[in-house]
Ligand binder design. Structure first.
Ligand code: URA
Length: 434
């Protein structure tokens, strides 16, 4: 078999068999297939799609292209969550200690961001001293010792996905259901979970722009989960506007800390945390009633157990907990600029993708994988969709390390906020697919 045979078969709309998929993944991972040939095959998959069986074989081949973490020492049910990506998403930072505070082991590997926002691992590094890169045995021992560890993905986790993901980005093939589904599920399988809750974001700031595509992606991942014997539940959540108020690495960590302290819990963040959390509790075998599970989760915020677990996590991984106790200690951007509205009306749109790009321009994300993220910059919204705004009211605060960028961001922000006469509302949880 040659790569040309495989490319031609997919180009002609035929179904690839397991051997052909395994051949492509193993040779490409070992640099024995050129990027341009892989690009041709990826484009053929993008155009012609794949059957569930092909996607499952692709997923398993990608998962096995590197190390498979063995988490069986942590118990029968190891639950993980993953989001298909969004703007202002600090859910993992809140949910991980919350779930661990219920005695459910959390062994969480999170990605770094590529694009306009940082990933969870980048955000955690805003806490001085916090180590996201630790050896695998330390990671598992941490979970055994305190019930939780949150680190970045180890270098050899699904390396085929890393190569294909980077390639897709350069050939306009990011928004493909078979490719997104196999990318996500391969990482989840490689990171050792056997129960998976997926946050499938939908809207202006998500890969899936409409609910039908979000449902199709969910069904595909659930189907792969079944074929790979990993029980999977998808929660489709709204990503038209950013989640919560803060966008930017340390700003999001501060919002997450305030949430864990029970001080400020934005409604949309709360809805997503409780919905995903309730299904994680169910899959862990700790309660079948979703509404009861939500109450239990909320109780552990109110009684401080989730916050204490977060302190324990940070301390155990070398982070300075004085920053958690007093978030004023986080390094501030040099230019902090309040943006006042120049008109009146109800906020009707705050395009999440545009906000993401704006925070990227301020330096909160990376264009290339070796770029350095500026952890202190970003923005904190003051108004969200449905809020009434008078002329002069504060829309948001910009955090920048350059005066020029702060000025530009103010102009962009005034365009991004769309105001109108009618009050519109956004539903946060759009559907649950099991
Ligand atoms: N998240 C991933 O890990 N992969 C994708 O392809 C899209 C979102």
């Amino acid at each position: 078999m040659t790569i040309l045979d495989v490319i031609a078969k997919k180009r002609d709309g035929k179904e690839l068999n397991k051997e052909e998929i395994d051949f492509f993944i193993s040779k490409y991972t070992n640099n024995e297939i050129e990027d341009y040939q892989a690009a041709a095959l990826i484009m053929a998959i993008y155009i012609n799609g794949m059957t569930y069986r092909e996607i499952k074989d692709l997923t398993i081949a990608m998962a096995h292209s590197g190390d498979i973490l063995d988490l069986s020492a942590l118990g029968k049910n190891v639950v993980d969550k993953h989001s298909t990506g969004g703007v202002g998403d600090k859910v993992t930072i809140i949910l991980s200690p919350l779930i661990a505070s219920l005695g459910i082991p959390v062994a969480k590997m999170s990605g770094r961001g590529l694009g306009y926002t940082g990933g969870t691992a980048d955000k955690m590094e805003a806490i001085p001293g916090y180590r996201t890169e630790i050896p695998e045995n330390e990671f598992i021992n941490n979970v055994k010792k305190i019930g939780i560890s949150l680190i970045t993905q180890t270098r050899n986790l699904a390396p085929a996905d890393k190569k294909i993901y980077a390639l897709r980005d350069t050939i306009a093939c990011t928004e493909s259901i078979p490719l997104i589904a196999s990318s996500i599920m391969s990482k989840k399988i490689a990171s050792g979970a056997n129960k998976i809750v997926l946050d499938v974001t939908c809207g202006l700031g998500a890969f899936m722009k409409n609910i039908n595509d979000a449902k199709e992606l969910s069904k595909t991942m659930i189907e792969i989960g079944k074929l790979a014997k990993r029980e999977t539940i998808c929660v489709i959540t709204n990503m038209n506007q950013p989640l919560g108020y803060a966008v930017g690495n340390s700003l999001e960590v501060i919002e997450a800390i305030n949430f864990l302290k029970g001080e400020i819990m934005p409604d949309d963040v709360k809805d997503v945390v409780l919905e995903l959390g309730a299904y994680m509790v169910k899959l862990a075998g700790k309660g079948d009633n979703i509404e009861e599970n939500k109450k239990t989760l909320l109780e552990n915020i109110k009684n401080g157990k989730a916050y204490n677990k977060f302190l324990e996590l940070v301390q155990n991984q070398g982070g300075n907990i004085e920053y958690i106790k007093n978030t004023e200690k986080f390094e501030k951007a040099r230019y902090i600029r309040n943006v006042a509205s120049n008109k009146e009306g109800f906020v009707q749109e705050i395009n999440a993708e545009d906000i993401g790009k704006l925070s990227g321009k301020l330096g909160a994300g990376r264009k290339n994988k070796n770029d350095k993220i500026d952890l202190s910059v970003g923005l904190v919204l003051n108004k969200k969709i449905g809020d009434f705004v008078r002329k002069g009211d504060k829309l948001a605060t910009i955090y920048a390390n350059s005066e020029k960028l702060a000025e530009e961001a103010e102009k962009d922000l005034l365009k991004i906020y769309v105001l109108g006469k009618e009050k519109t509302t956004e539903k946060t949880i759009l559907d649950i697919i099991k």
